[in-house]
Design a protein around this ligand. Sequence first.
Ligand SMILES: [Zn+2]
Ligand SMILES: [Zn+2]
Length: 299
Amino acid sequence: MKKVLSILFAMIIFCMCLIPSYAASPKISVKTVSSASVGDTITVSVNLSANSGLAGVEFVVNFNTTEYQLVSGSVKKGNLFVGEEIIKSGAIQYAGVSSDAINTSGALLTFKLKVLKTGGKISLSVNDAIDVNDKFVSVSASGATVKCSHAGMKWNVVKKATCTENGEKNGACTCGHTVTETIQKTDHTYGKWTVEKPATETEKGLKWAKCSVCGDKKEQVINKLKPTETTTETTTETTTFVENTTESTTNEPTTAPTPQIVEKTSTAEIVAKTVAVVLGVEAVGLIVFLIGKKKKENK
Ligand SMILES: [Zn+2]
Ligand SMILES: [Zn+2]
């Protein structure tokens, strides 16, 4: 089966190689960019298809002068034919002849146009085409339309996007094209983390942050504290602990063993100092009382 297919395939290829010299239906077409904007300079070429068998051709390229302006000095002839061009307002006429039949494809004419208004058509009409026997040959001609690339779009925001809803904007191009597009939601504006539950050596902690615009709450797990660590690591942990305390407004930190000891020591100191002060006040009070009593006794 495979063998049959490959033989058939080879035969088709062979036939295709024979056809060209007789294949008429030559094509002449305008090739250029598919889209452009006002002010752009576009390159246009008029191309002849392969195996045309033409020995002479005459065509006219037309464009509207309100849409395109021919860049002076930009018209170049191809070398398939011995040709001549006549430039008119909004038109380039070309006539070319050859002593042999032309079977290679290529550009017959190239030129540059400045875009004055987008969406304009560049049309092509073939007036005459002959083969080596001076016989008229029918040629299919196709022009081109350069669409607007809408590069000069002016946008108007109809509805601003928030962190909960998409926005909307309208765009209008100089060509008259309008479009409505969605503006994607913005990110939430989260405030500082608040520690809901501080992490311990045995349990994970939890912290949350709220969006100041919509109130959306996001939560994050705080990893367990690492037990028995080297001096440097303990220092890091203490730093983290201090940060948590500043962020948390409601919760008293009761975790991290090291700071707890510090806190206990400081509390003891405060208590001792308070007791001393109270005792001092009481002593002064006692002295004043005794002096007063003595004075009364003296009277
Ligand atoms: Zn446009
Ligand atoms: Zn939000």
